[in-house]
Ligand binder design. Sequence first.
Ligand code: SF4
Length: 223
Amino acid sequence: MVRAKPKKSKFPADKARVKKITSKLNRAHPDAKLDLDFSNPLELLIALILAAQARDDLVNQVTPALFAKYRHAKDYASAPPEQLSADIRRINFYRVKSGRIKNCCAELVRSFKGEVPRKLDDLLTLPGVGRKTANILLGNAFGRQAIGVDTHVMRLSQRLGLTRNTNPDKIEFDLTAIVPEKQRVRFCHLLQYHGRRVCFAKKPRCPECTINDLCRYPDKTKA
Ligand code: SF4
């Protein structure tokens, strides 16, 4: 039996497509970076806890005074809950987040001499720290090439057809397989900026999108 020749996709294979997407997004968003302000791993950990379902710019307004007041993990761990809550009250869910910060810092003091650990497995033992937070920490505070799947990385990798998964951990593994190691952190920053500026969750601006020709999203907006 003669088999029909497989239809040639108009899209390059995933690794080649990632290369092209990275190149185009680098031109479109040369300023892409992590938007949270920090000067050491503990500050980034605290900023990431505060940034859950909150705007980065608001977190950046609150953290300078917070970081000046609480310099070490033990400072957060020993702070009266009402005081820490009051210090972050401009951020949504501040009571919950205050509890998370205290629990996390208490564990840092108990098990890691107050230092933020550099290993993924150790980070994942901290209360409230999942793979997304751990990988963003590793990538941005420790210079490791890790993929942190936040809401933008998830949405764009799905729309671009780089994953068929909806579970962030599985998306991380899919992206790790096709994004060159040296570019993993950069690739995440590029997807985050493109998600904020062009590929909006509700109404993506597909007609003016620089990677329109490389995108498999079936519901693209029309010009
Ligand atoms: S073409 Fe549309 S859906 Fe695809 S990445 Fe661009 S903005 Fe997003």
